[in-house]
Write a new protein. Structure first.
Length: 278
């Protein structure tokens, strides 16, 4: 009998190229990017503004189509799927967090978290929404509208929404870009804790080395190409490769997340201890 082949990468980009018209000529926004992200891995894509980070994320999600190259989710090529099939695949497999939160302003925090669960026809949607609001420290704010919440609180609601349907892959585009550094750090801690608890694969795009420090691996993009890569040397507490100027994740208020009880909906929740208030 043949030995079972190893699990494919959760996300794989092969020679990914995106060109866009710019006046008379074509601008090459991404230029032959190869990247494989293993199930459960977290990868930060770093690069200056305009280096192609958001384009890479949009292509990974099937929100944009490559000019050349391939995108595979769990080994399945997605770049050639119809819009319909792509939309269904995205709902099943991909969660998003955006710099600008993107909550629906006419829905409460709880309704925002409920929405993807209801679209997916999830059983126990209410319980899952409540559990996630608790995990991001917002149990008491579920009835508030986004305009009644601070930026950090809105982004924590967006995190609860992104994790709600347990997507295997989470894509985050500058998730702390609109937040001050203390608030941003708190949001990152909540993100890291949820990711760990749920076993979610993460691709995090940022221009900020302090944000990228939460990832297992850092990929540097410049002018649409990968120019450098660093992997955490050892365990999660090891500093990153020497000479990068990147500091290990800042010590700050800790977020504790209890392990997931197998098969139990009655999970313990993340609880922020002390730390900055928004
Ligand atoms: P980043 O997220 O790293 O700041 P982007 O992926 O948003 O970079 O953009 C990379 C480059 O592609 C930039 O020069 C940007 O101006 C250009 N670009 C992005 N989207 C478009 C578009 N729809 N039309 C024309 N140029 C675009
Ligand atoms: Mg961008």
């Amino acid at each position: 009998m043949a030995t079972p082949s190893p699990a494919p990468p959760r996300l794989e980009l092969r020679q990914l190229t995106r060109r866009l018209p710019s006046g008379e000529r074509l601008l090459t926004v991404l230029d032959g990017v190869d990247l494989a992200v293993a199930p459960g891995e977290s990868v930060a894509v770093l690069g200056p503004s305009g280096s192609g980070k958001s384009t890479l994320l949009a292509l990974a999600a099937g929100l944009d189509r490559p000019t050349e190259g391939e995108v595979l989710l769990d080994g399945e090529p997605i770049h050639a799927l119809s819009e319909d099939r792509l939309a269904r695949l995205r709902r099943r497999k991909v969660g998003f967090v955006f710099q600008s939160f993107q909550l629906l302003g006419n829905l409460t925090a709880r309704e925002n978290v409920l929405l993807p669960l209801e679209i997916a026809g999830a059983r126990d949607a209410g319980r899952r929404a409540d559990e996630l609001l608790a995990a991001v420290g917002l149990s008491e704010r579920g009835h508030h509208y986004p305009s009644q919440l601070s930026g950090g609180e809105q982004q924590r609601v967006a995190l609860a929404r992104a994790f709600a349907t347990r997507p295997p892959l989470l894509l985050a585009d500058e998730p702390t870009g609109n937040l001050d550094s203390a608030t941003g750090r708190r949001v990152l801690e909540v993100l890291a804790a949820l990711r760990e608890r749920e076993g979610t694969t993460l691709v995090l795009v940022t221009h900020d080395p302090a944000v990228a420090a939460i990832a297992d691996r850092r990929v540097h993009l410049a002018d649409g190409r990968i120019v450098r890569e660093e992997r955490r040397a050892g365990g999660p507490d090891e500093p990153v490769a020497a000479g990068t100027g990147v500091e290990p994740a800042a010590a700050g208020p800790r977020v504790e997340v209890a392990g997931r009880a197998a098969g139990s909906e009655d999970r313990q929740v993340a609880r922020a201890r002390g730390g900055a208030r928004e």
